[in-house]
Design a protein around this ligand. Structure first.
Ligand code: UT7
Length: 334
């Protein structure tokens, strides 16, 4: 059964420090021309030293809570989508709860569940699926879903094949079962994965990384990627997942108001739009300004689209993403 589930607050946080393609030209053998034609990216934002994924996440969360008219004490679940958590332990979700002043006895159900999860760039889509499940099980639940990334901390600024692609940002939504203050209904979500493709994108530094105090960090500490293989999988998986969710909800491309795909590469975004056959004016892109901010790209894009007047409450919106794992998925908002 499809239980009603609504987004009633949306927020984002973009770190003020900008890193342009020209800045990267000083670090590696690259050019603004190469980066622009191959990816569409012109600039990305990076966190200042001492400011972490949890801090950026808290700013996005506060904006989402403000819009929802919900106080931190009312939150029952905090889910954080990130592949660059502040620590392996404690979770970034617990850190965000602490920074929002949420304590053990808070929460409209008398307790708060805090948890990080890693679906890489598909984190926001997976998170909306999780939020739907929680709201179905607990109709009074008030879920804070935060997608926050500090990718610059795991970017190897001597590797030109990856360092031009990524940036830092956070986005957040408040999700509940009641339509009070609803911006969009989360009408449906589909989530997929293929673990046999785990080697295509990697960020090291987990327990598989055998280090002892004093060791020099190796290249495996940073993001590594088989770019072209990821590119092909991204186009295919986002196209098919989007067709699948539209078909099972009986929604045509013409009925869609906006299509917001994961912001990794303008060429991928255009290829998916063309394969779907959607009007190019309905395809949103802001990767030019932020690069790939992994789990954060979709809520950040939603907030930007709204600021530009392209996204309004109640519009039919298709979100889709793909990422390391490999993972992929789509969400239909209405
Ligand atoms: O959220 C998921 C994250 N990942 C992605 O979405 C990535 C998907 N993949 C891509 O976006 C693209 O594959 C890239 C942008 C990563 C690469 O574009 P490409 O058109 O697949 O280029 P390529 O890897 O085939 O490289 C072409 C050439 C190579 O030189 P040679 O071997 O032809 O001489 C690279 O060494 O471009 C070279 N190259 C660069 N040149 C200047 C690679 N990176 C750079 C660079 N500047 N930054």
């Amino acid at each position: 059964m499809n239980h009603p589930c609504y987004i009633c607050g949306l927020g984002s946080c973009i770190p003020p420090r900008v890193m342009t393609n020209h800045d990267l030209e000083k670090l590696v053998e690259t050019s603004d021309e190469w980066i622009t034609t191959r990816t569409g990216i012109k600039e990305r934002h990076v966190l200042e030293d001492g400011v972490n994924a949890s801090d950026c996440g808290v700013s996005a969360a506060r904006a989402a809570l403000d819009e929802a008219g919900v106080s931190p004490e009312e939150i029952t679940h905090i889910f954080v989508a990130t592949c660059t958590p502040d620590y392996l332990c404690p979770s970034t979700a617990c850190l965000i709860a602490g920074k929002l002043g949420i304590s053990a006895s808070s929460g409209r159900m008398g307790r708060v569940m805090c948890m990080d999860f890693n679906a890489a760039c598909t984190g926001f889509v997976y998170g909306l699926e999780l939020a739907r499940d929680v709201v179905a099980a607990h109709p009074d639940a008030m879920v804070l879903l935060v997608a926050t990334e500090a990718l610059s901390r795991r970017t190897n600024f001597t590797d030109r094949t990856t360092c031009v692609l990524f940036g830092d940002a956070a986005g957040a939504v408040v999700v509940r079962g009641s339509d009070k203050g609803a911006l969009w209904q989360v009408r449906d979500s589909v989530c997929s994965s293929d673990g046999s493709l785990h080697d295509l994108i990697k960020i090291g530094g987990g327990s598989a990384c055998h280090v002892k105090e004093g060791d020099v960090i190796g290249a495996d500490w940073f993001i590594s990627m088989q770019g072209m293989a990821v590119f092909k999988h991204a186009v295919r998986s986002m196209t098919e997942e989007s067709q699948s969710i539209l078909a099972r909800n009986g929604v045509s491309l013409e009925e869609l108001d906006l299509f917001i795909p994961h912001q990794a590469n303008l060429r991928i975004i255009k290829a998916v739009g063309e394969r779907l056959g959607i009007d190019e004016n309905k395809v949103f892109a802001n990767v030019q300004h932020y690069g790939n901010t992994s789990a954060a790209t979709l809520p950040v894009a939603m907030e930007d689209a709204r600021r530009l007047g392209l996204l309004r409450p109640g519009m039919k919106v298709l979100l889709t993403s793909f990422g390391g794992g490999m993972t992929w998925g789509s969400v239909l908002l209405a």
